[in-house]
Design a protein around this ligand. Structure first.
Ligand code: HEM
Length: 319
């Protein structure tokens, strides 16, 4: 009898994996769980609500899968982990690249995995995660574990912080020359994209950036986006997955732009988990937060972590 129950369970699990089931646990962020959009997934081009399995089916066909996040929202990481697991269960074997690991951490990452190829838990310590300033490694560990269990590469995708800082300070020659040439970083983006990114960087720093710094900060953001795209192209095994902030994955001026420049015609799919806002109850209304168009393939609405004003940090007195 027990053997029969076991067999049924195994068959069910195999069946779910084969159908590309996407399993999320209960919500972890505390606010707006009852909001009408919470848990809904909006297909931006199709202008309709879709199921997690429809998203997984679309990702299965993409060469590059970009999964955004608001860094401090655990539900965004749960969505990423569920989608990575579904992609791997479908038989795809993409490299999984992380914005949170930088190129200078790559040797420590490789050393750790050479000694303990399945040990996601120990990876945080191996790369000194606690000093990185990112949220708790526990948010990212299930994504890394899914990659390691499937034996696909885990890739350190980001520029070294010192490089980004030099670019942001406007130091001449700070952009790595091969990155600059490959992705035309010595020229501005198309005017509308350049203007949007400039406004985004200004707004993200709440109007506190000196006018003389704005252009070099925009270049730093572009250099990061280009480096993230480049790491996906370089590590491309059976395509690649990128785990990164929502600002990096947006299709209008983020990583997709550089992927398309380098690998024209690539099938790219972008999923952006977004926190719901109490005043916005229709998916289309969220386009206003992105200059009128949602620059993603799918938006996955989640509860909120807080209502904190992001500009409050800029008003704190200096220590
Ligand atoms: C409230 C949230 C944020 C705070 C408190 C903040 C603060 C800072 C500070 C203090 C710096 C260093 C500036 C310097 O080197 O003088 C910086 C750099 C930078 N920030 Fe932000 N920032 C925030 C959000 C953002 C967002 C959302 C973006 C992207 C759209 C962004 C993009 C950048 C870029 C590109 C740099 C240049 C250096 C680098 O890339 O590391 N920041 N930020």
């Amino acid at each position: 009898m027990r053997a029969r129950a076991f067999l049924v369970t195994v068959l069910l699990l195999v069946g779910c994996a084969a159908r590309g089931a996407v399993t999320l646990g209960p919500w972890r962020s505390p606010l707006e769980r009852e909001h009408p959009l919470t848990g809904q997934i909006w297909d931006v081009k199709g202008q309709r609500v879709v199921t997690p399995e429809a998203v997984a089916a679309r990702l299965k066909d993409a060469r590059y899968v970009l999964l955004g996040e608001k860094h401090d929202n655990p539900d965004h990481h749960a969505v990423q982990a569920a989608l990575v697991r579904a992609l791997l269960a479908s038989g795809r074997r993409p490299a999984v690249a992380f914005e949170m690991f930088t190129e200078e951490q790559a040797p420590a990452l490789a050393r750790h995995l050479a000694g303990a190829p399945r040990d996601a838990a120990g990876l945080g310590e191996a790369v000194d995660w606690k000093r990185s300033g990112w949220p708790d490694f526990a948010f990212y560990q299930p994504i890394v574990q899914a990659a390691l269990d499937a034996g696909v590469p885990v890739v350190a995708a980001n520029l070294a912080p010192a490089t980004a800082r030099s670019v942001a300070r406007g130091e001449p020659g700070a952009v790595p020359p091969e990155l600059s040439t490959r992705y035309a970083l010595d020229r501005p983006l198309a005017p509308a994209a350049q203007a949007r990114l400039t406004a985004e960087i200004r707004d993200a720093h709440c109007g506190h950036l000196p006018a003389t710094r704005v252009d070099s900060m925009v270049l730093a953001q572009r250099a990061r986006d280009a480096a993230l795209a480049d790491s996906l192209v370089r590590s491309d095994a059976d395509g690649g997955v990128l785990i990164a902030g929502v600002g990096h994955v947006r299709a209008d001026h983020g990583v997709p732009l550089y992927l398309t420049a380098r690998a024209p015609g690539s099938n790219i799919a972008v999923v952006a988990p977004l926190e719901v806002r109490d005043s916005l109850t229709k998916p289309e209304e969220y386009a206003a937060l992105f200059d009128g168009t949602l620059p993603f393939d799918f938006v996955w609405f989640t509860p909120r972590m807080d209502y904190a004003d992001p500009c409050a940090r800029f008003r704190l007195p200096r220590a």
